[in-house]
Design a protein around this ligand. Structure first.
Ligand code: SF4
Ligand code: SF4
Length: 287
């Protein structure tokens, strides 16, 4: 089983459009939406949920008021301002660190599981899909990314799928590391702007640190040919293979509005170039 993660240094580079297009070009893949903080692959792939599982992220402190002697030690020691003047715990502020449980002389506080979101195993018109939804203001998305990836691998094993295509989160934080750990190839979708170059360098640095082979796709390249060249030169100098360059094309927005992948929506030049990109990615993925 080969695993490919599509990432970008920041949001808005067209990462999900590219991932969805790959979904319609792959023959025997499982899709995984690991952009759990802002999942939107489902808007194009319209998954039918077959199985739902609770995601327990950070723990949360619970107080037994009958045992509390109002000593105030929990309020004094909580570094997250999650305890009010009446020594009640505010769910939205609690990080589950456990300090209050440790310092409470009356053993009035215990840490309990918190349902932070849900993970789903679904079916799409292109094959099975693992995805998730994090509740508002919940954290621990790196753990949820790991759960989605485990679910995707399970689907691949159960349905004899040979490829897992992962839509990764933006940035370079913990969720990105969870989304790329142990994959066979990372594809960085970048755009030719000053911040795009900077973001691409950072995210490629993360991939290099974990010794994961990486390719770069320059999207919207014609918007700034000089910057596009700079990105390509960076790839050349740092040994990163170039998967291709795509022009800016409204067809991507039109396809998204129609709820289709760009490959389904149009047979035009953009789709043709994207097919070539997929062919190159496949060669590197199988290498
Ligand atoms: S578990 Fe930590 S964050 Fe939550 S209330 Fe206790 S001390 Fe504060
Ligand atoms: S530390 Fe325990 S006993 Fe003291 S106020 Fe907090 S919950 Fe009550």
């Amino acid at each position: 089983m080969k695993q490919l993660t599509v990432i970008s240094g920041k949001g808005g580079t067209g990462k999900t459009t590219i991932t969805a297009a790959f979904a319609s070009l792959a023959r025997n893949a499982v899709l995984a939406d690991c952009d759990v903080d802002a999942a939107d692959l489902h808007l194009i792939l319209n998954p039918k949920i077959r199985e739902t599982m609770e995601f327990k992220g950070l723990k949360i402190a619970r107080k037994d008021s009958d045992k509390c002697i109002s000593c105030g030690k929990c309020l004094e020691h909580c570094r997250f301002n999650a305890i009010d003047g009446n020594f009640n715990i505010k769910d939205t502020g609690c990080e589950g660190c456990g300090v209050c449980e440790y310092v409470c002389p009356a053993k009035a506080i215990t840490l309990v599981d918190r349902i932070s979101g849900h993970a789903y195993l679904s079916e799409t018109r292109f094959g099975p899909m693992a995805h998730a939804a994090l509740k508002t203001a919940e954290e621990a998305s790196g753990m949820l990314v790991s759960l989605v990836r485990e679910n995707a691998k399970r689907l691949a094993r159960e349905q004899n799928r040979d490829t897992v295509i992962i839509d990764g989160p933006p940035g370079i934080g913990c969720p990105v590391i969870s989304a790329i750990a142990g994959v066979d190839l990372v594809l960085v979708v970048s755009e030719p702007t000053v911040s795009g170059v900077h973001d691409a360098e950072r995210v490629l640095g993360v991939a290099k640190h974990f010794r994961i082979p990486a390719m770069m796709l320059v999207n919207k390249a014609d918007l700034n040919p000089q910057m596009a060249e700079k990105l390509e030169r960076y790839c050349l100098d740092s040994g990163v293979k170039l998967a291709g360059r795509l022009p800016y094309d409204n067809v991507t927005t039109e396809a998204m509005i129609a709820g289709k992948t760009v490959i389904e929506y149009s047979d035009g030049a953009f789709s043709a170039e994207l097919r070539e990109v997929w062919a190159k990615v496949l060669v590197s993925l199988q290498a």
